[in-house]
Design a protein. Structure first.
Length: 89
């Protein structure tokens, strides 16, 4: 991993990186997308939780664990996408 970081740093030091204005605008867009992913994750967990509560109240034995794991997996992917892009810039 340190070799990749050294190669990236050497490449960016040569002036091949994006201009400063582009990086600032990209960070702004990434911040907005991060907030939207967070809001979508919270909304997804609330929807799955309400469906689970409704199923318990009505006596249905539906399996909601797969839906819960799907939402949590999407949250993990969304949470790791920002740092990966930040590392590459």
């Amino acid at each position: 991993m340190s070799t990749l970081y050294a190669m990236t740093t050497a490449t960016l030091a040569e002036g091949d990186g994006p201009p400063a204005g582009v990086a600032t605008q990209l960070n702004y867009v990434l911040n907005i997308i991060a907030w939207l992913v967070t809001a979508a994750g919270v909304a997804g967990l609330m929807i799955v939780g309400s469906r689970m509560a409704f199923a318990v109240k009505t006596g249905d034995g539906d399996e909601h664990l797969s839906q819960f794991l799907t939402v949590m997996g999407a949250c993990v992917i969304g949470a790791t996408a920002g740092p990966i892009v930040g590392f590459l810039l």
